[in-house]
Design a protein. Structure first.
Length: 228
């Protein structure tokens, strides 16, 4: 059994702008969610921001506004109602999940800025493996030009601090996505990096995202240059 993620409110002192990935490996979704909330509840103005990287056992999660009708046939996969934004998605082995525990108010980012920069970090990370990701107006996440979704995101913001985060499909069983309307869109197709001929591990992809996001987080002006 993997240890539960900790909520390290008393982490070693570091500059507020510094960000480094903590790779936690395979973790139960519920335990990780509990740890994120505990960390956020305990943090103060001096608490360093953190990125947690994990891989989850199979689970469907519903956002705050998640509609049960988008969960078509869960089979034996657990379903968790969460407090993040968005509709329904699937997490499972072979998917890189990065949770962003950030004080965006201290960093002077708005929620929209944060979402755009998370998407930008995904686009830049995928580009390292020659994958051209892009945004879709009104539908958070990253897509291919052919319409398939390769990355989903959902955040919760409490007192200017974020938790939950972003998932990037690396090399996973995509069938469970056909048992839902992914992110609330009937017929939305999903894809992973392996289907595009890319051989990478979930940890490598999480590290690439973390490096790209940290660069945006630390850039003067918050990394205002975005990929079209």
């Amino acid at each position: 059994m993997n240890p539960e993620p900790s909520a390290p409110a008393a982490a070693p002192a570091q500059p507020a702008c510094a960000l480094a990935l903590q790779w936690l490996g395979r973790q139960d979704y519920g335990a990780t969610w509990d740890a994120m909330r505990a960390f956020t509840n305990a943090r103060n103005v001096a608490t360093p921001d953190q990125l947690w990287g994990v891989e989850h056992p199979p689970v469907f999660t519903l956002g705050q506004a998640g509609k049960p009708e988008h969960l078509l046939a869960p089979h034996a996969v657990p379903v968790v109602q969460t407090d993040r934004g968005g509709q329904v998605t699937f997490h499972g082995p072979g998917q890189s999940v990065i949770y962003l525990l950030l004080d965006i108010r201290r960093h002077r980012w708005m929620v929209r800025d944060t979402v755009q920069r998370i998407e930008e970090a995904v686009i830049r990370a995928l580009a390292r493996w020659g994958i051209a990701g892009q945004r879709k107006s009104g539908a958070p996440g990253i897509y291919l030009s052919s319409g398939e979704k390769i990355s989903a995101l959902g955040l919760k913001v409490r007192n200017g601090c974020t938790y939950h985060g972003v998932a990037i499909n690396v090399a996973m069983d995509l069938e469970p996505f056909t048992w839902i309307n992914p992110c609330g869109y009937p017929g939305l197709r999903t894809i992973d990096m392996a289907s595009l001929g890319v051989h990478a591990t979930v940890e490598q992809v999480a590290a690439a995202f973390a490096e790209e996001f940290a660069a945006l987080w630390q850039a003067p002006g918050g990394g205002s240059t975005m990929t079209a």
